[in-house]
Ligand binder design. Sequence first.
Ligand code: HEM
Length: 507
Amino acid sequence: MDTIFLCLPLFLALYIFTNHFLRKIRNLPPSPILNLPVLGHLHLIKKPLHRGLAKISDRYGPVLLLDFGSRPVLLVSSPSAAEECLHKHDIIFANRPHLMAGKYIGYNYTSLVWSSYGDHWRNLRKISSLQILSSHRLQMLQGIRVDEVKLMLKGLFSASKDGKKVDIKTVFFELMLNVMMRMIAGKRYYGENVEEVEEAKRFREIVTETMRMGGASNMGDFLPVLRWLKVGKVEKNLKALQKKRDRFMQELIKGFRSENTEIGGGAGETGEKKKTLIQVLLTLQQKEPEYYKDEIIKSLMLVLLAAGTDTSMGTMEWALSLMLNNPSTLKKAQAEIDTIIGKERLLDESDVANLPYLRCIISETLRMYPPGPLLVPHESSEECVVGGYRVPRGTMLLVNLWAIQNDSKIWEEPRKFKPERFEGVEGTRDGYKWMPFGSGRRGCPGEGLAMRMVGFGLGSVIQCFDWERIGEELVDMTEGPGLTMPKAQSLRANCRPRPGMLNRLSQ
Ligand code: HEM
């Protein structure tokens, strides 16, 4: 027994050095030498993941091959390496790895976010781009966004009259969720005018649970032994939640099958029917029932809700937090709005194009706090070369966007909030050093909607209210756990209507 214990460190050292040596011979990308059996490099990774991985890249280089348990992971953290993966090898890296999230949230890897690159993904992408997120559709549904922003301002106005501190996260969350659900199902699920109270309550519980579970780390993705032994509750909880969510969405579809409602909500009439997403997809189902099964409809509903809500809401919350900690930027944004729009009318979605400083604020927020700090994981479908190294087929790719966008070799004083750095280039992708929506085939199809909503929502609360921190202390900017980089502490602040805006708000 003693001999075994004495030999163990020796075997371990032998394993580590042989492994390291073999990797060099095979021209694989470098990696930290402490690659343990079973765990691989997992023991080196600290949370939050984007920061933990950035530290490893700082030490070992911008192109690394790590072992997350049994899964090889290519970690890139420089613009040139990102370009190689997302441009030169765009098709090779257009697959997604099979992770638990894709199984239980992505309808067994068939949803738009989680499906492999191929005809099915191309078709879903086409439907979402043409029928849901195209400029034409977004224009047609502008009335929903105008309604919802007005309701948000009304809510803030009443809260400010009562002297209440505002929970900003909830305000922006309700805004985004109501916009998305009105596009999907034609109904509000938060606040006033909720049609079916019980249904809305059930929906909110499901959304809250989905957000909580979305941030849970699934070690079973990397250590299959944990899944076989059924250790941990993550998979069980994901499964149960998927059942609940699926039942809810199936009921929504059933409701639409039996009626033919339009969604209402105002502007942009072209005579064309303003159908909800469910109606659009049910029409396609009638034409091609074999392909447009209910599963596809539900997966698209879920993707838009999950990908569209948290990301935009978080960006608005981070932006306001940054401005509260840097009040001169808030003043400058208000001055721009006063000069260009004035106080005679409320800001409109189309005004955002004429507010460059507001767009600089959004670009700078997305630089410092990108909601997809590691993008969504990609996977290589064949062997390729990145940074001069051989990357085997089936390698998971993580692009550390956060590290690139906060790298002091690329950005001057990267942790300082300086919207001015984007003057003249606000909102346009700058090579691969600023790409909060990703790039290439799997890049975000919701960018148009997101930029409209963030600009409109944020611009409106800045135009109508003066904002102050609660107390003297700076807003806590710690990042919380979760895939979309939420704030650890939700933002609470004081607001009061700006002089000259009272009439507009009380109308
Ligand atoms: C994918 C960012 C809002 C729908 C992504 C990716 C990023 C991203 C980084 C991954 C790209 C990659 O893997 O290479 C953002 C940001 C948003 C936002 C920063 C808001 C500020 C939205 C909205 C929608 C949306 C509003 C739709 C309603 C999607 C979908 C994908 C995606 C469907 C997966 C695309 C695919 O795999 O083919 N987004 N997103 N996103 N986003 Fe967004």
